[in-house]
Ligand binder design. Structure first.
Ligand code: SF4
Length: 101
C-alpha cells in the first residue's frame, strides 16, 4: 500500500510540526520536502505556512500537501532529532513520527 493510500485509510488531511528543542539543524527535512520545511538563520528547521512564511510559534503546524506526503513521511523517518510529527487534522492523532504507538 502506498503512503497516499495509507493516509486515506488513516482518515484524510494531515499536518506536520517540528519540535525545535530536539532539532539538530542538519537540514535533511529541508532537502526532502523544501515545500514545507526550511532552516532559519537560527540553524533550526521550521514548517512553512501556505504563503511560504516560516511558522515559528512553538508547536506550529502546517498542512501536508498530498503530492509531497511521501517526502514528508521520509523526513520524519530520517530525522535524526526524531522531532518531526505528522498527525491527522481531524483528531490530532500522530500517524508518522516518534509518538506513533
Ligand atoms: S531533519 Fe529533523 S533534526 Fe534535521 S533539520 Fe529537520 S527537523 Fe531538524
Amino acid at each position: 500500500m502506498s503512503v497516499q493510500q495509507e493516509a486515506g485509510v488513516e482518515g484524510g488531511t494531515l499536518e506536520v510540526w517540528i519540535d525545535q528543542d530536539l532539532c539538530t539543524g542538519d537540514g535533511i527535512c529541508a532537502q526532502y520536502a523544501p515545500e514545507v520545511f526550511e532552516l532559519d538563520i537560527d540553524g533550526l528547521a521550521y514548517v512553512k505556512g501556505s504563503d511560504d512564511e516560516l511558522l515559528q510559534a512553538p508547536g506550529a503546524a502546517t498542512r501536508v500537501p498530498l503530492p509531497i506526503l511521501s517526502d514528508v513521511v521520509d523526513s520524519a523517518k530520517e530525522c535524526p532529532g526524531e522531532c518531526i510529527h505528522v498527525r491527522r487534522v481531524a483528531d490530532g492523532v500522530e500517524v508518522y513520527g516518534p509518538d506513533v504507538e
